[in-house]
Design a protein around this ligand. Structure first.
Ligand SMILES: [Zn+2]
Length: 157
């Protein structure tokens, strides 16, 4: 099974979640981007419980994070057109739905890092930049991460 947002083969748990009002099968990384999560797939019989977020990447401890550039929508659209690719062709190359490409080019959906990296390779553009936040020490990051735990909407059966 593949993640419908980043196109990666899902190795861990797969989730059904809503990203930008569209239901998609999501990997553990991309499920963080979902506005609503309908729990792990294939585990309907298990008791309800909050969806676990992936552990913070080791990089966070170093206060270095990767971010997608702000004008990703324009960068991707222009590079795609320069390469003479249709949205369908680009979506096929990346293994994602064409609706994902459309939303990204409209600026409505920031691509997850995995997908941004793939787009970089396919379109030969720079999309991911490393951001060093000196304000965040180890404790600060742990707290910032805790806060994000609160914003997962959990679907109750
Ligand atoms: Zn994914």
């Amino acid at each position: 099974m593949r993640c419908e947002l980043c196109g990666e083969e899902i190795r861990g748990r797969a989730y059904l979640g809503v990203v930008d009002r569209a239901e998609m099968i999501l990997c553990e990384k991309c499920v963080k981007r979902a506005s609503r999560v309908y729990g792990p797939l294939g585990q309907a019989a298990t008791p309800r419980r909050p969806v676990q977020r992936a552990r913070p990447p080791r990089r966070l401890e170093e206060a270095v994070s990767e971010e997608v550039v702000e004008d990703y929508a324009r960068v991707i659209r222009e590079a795609r057109e320069r390469a003479g690719l249709t949205r369908d062709a680009l979506a096929a190359m990346l293994g994602v739905k064409v609706s994902v490409i459309r939303r990204i080019e409209e600026g409505a959906l920031t691509p997850p890092i995995d997908l941004a990296r793939k787009i970089e390779r396919v379109l030969k553009v720079k999309l991911v930049e490393e951001v060093i936040d000196e304000r965040l020490g180890r404790r600060g990051e742990a707290e910032a991460w805790e806060e994000t735990l609160g914003d997962v909407a959990v679907f109750k059966e």
